[in-house]
Write a protein that binds this ligand. Sequence first.
Ligand code: FAD
Length: 377
Amino acid sequence: MSGALLGQKGFRVNILERMNFIGGRFTSFEKDGVPIPTGAVHMIPHRKGPMKQILVDKLNLPIELIDAGRPAIVNEKGEGIELGGLDAAKLFLKSLMGFSSAKRAMDSIYEFSIGLKGSRIPLLDRFAFMRRIGSYSHHVTPKGGVKSVIDALASSIRESGGRIRINHNVISVKPIDEGGFEVTTEGENYRSDIVIANCSPAVLFRLLGGEARLLGSSFERKVTECEPVPGIKIAVVCNHRVCPSSITFTPFLQVISGFSEPTIADPELAGEGRHLIMSHQEVGPGSLYDQIERAMEDFREFIPNFQDSCKVVSTHVYRDVYPVNHASQGQDFRPITRIQGLYLVGDGVKPRGYIMTEGVAKSAEIAVKAIFGGNGS
Ligand SMILES: Cc1cc2nc3c(=O)[nH]c(=O)nc-3n(C[C@H](O)[C@H](O)[C@H](O)COP(=O)(O)OP(=O)(O)OC[C@H]3O[C@@H](n4cnc5c(N)ncnc54)[C@H](O)[C@@H]3O)c2cc1C
């Protein structure tokens, strides 16, 4: 996003990616015709938020964001209820007042959206999150899935003369005396006036080596304290629709906090007649194997004819350098660093209240605005 925004304004952009594909945790790979995401479950949280503002309003990319409606929440009787902004606000207040079922419901919302139960998220951040749900409760699905967003961004960068280099693992970033940086990959050196890093604050800290001290002591302290948020995602394909809504929170299952069913919004996504359903759960104590087994019990409880109508297509565990979030909500770093020309973007620098790629997009907007001198022109 930062590359596309800068390319549009005439900057020469050079993207260095260590993997043999682009898109990180926001793309997909086809398996039996089904686009299995590397991370994001084919959903963008708010239909009018920073993702839409950057992708559509600013960059004018040829992508279609399909309105996936409001999320639903499944109650104790197993009924799915549409969750509007006002309903979410009521649940939030009741949870603060100590009502246990509201607390459980809110925990499933936090866990699915942020990866953590409410007790682990600072109160101010929970407030800010709820305010944003109130304003934009609909989700959107990019037509063709999240990879279509990455493909459109890559085309935009290339059209503006930028380069995207895969299999380029950055091993060091060194600020140089005359200004700018020397960026070293395994085999090549690049000089750049500006570096924008989405590899996470902790990885950037390591890449700077001895120069990391220039980021300041509070940055260093945060790096030691910051814990990436882990999670487990299981994708299944069914021959029928499963959920009441594209996003469904499930407070009364054992471990699964919710499901995404993007094929409700984009029925062609997984091929005709096939429905893609992805679960999300926190990583708890104990063996991962047991936690995945319990998730399968949840699947069988939630989808009564699971055995005959569904097939598991992938089971992914996210953690360490490949987490759900590089910094948990409220522990985020700032996009603008103390080193002139060095910026951080991504899910370790989400501004307060912005979740998932909404936070990523907002961080890109802040970094790019700062590069343009504050007025975005
Ligand atoms: C299970 C799961 C479900 C999610 N669901 C959603 C969702 O439905 N909606 C949503 O909006 N968000 C969702 N998210 C969050 C979203 O996927 C991420 O916030 C977003 O992809 C982060 O983008 P990024 O560019 O900051 O990081 P990444 O996508 O991780 O990109 C960072 C890139 O940097 C590369 N890199 C790292 N180190 C180096 C190095 N030294 N040299 C070169 N390259 C390097 C990595 O290989 C990677 O490609 C989900 C995440 C997960 C894990």
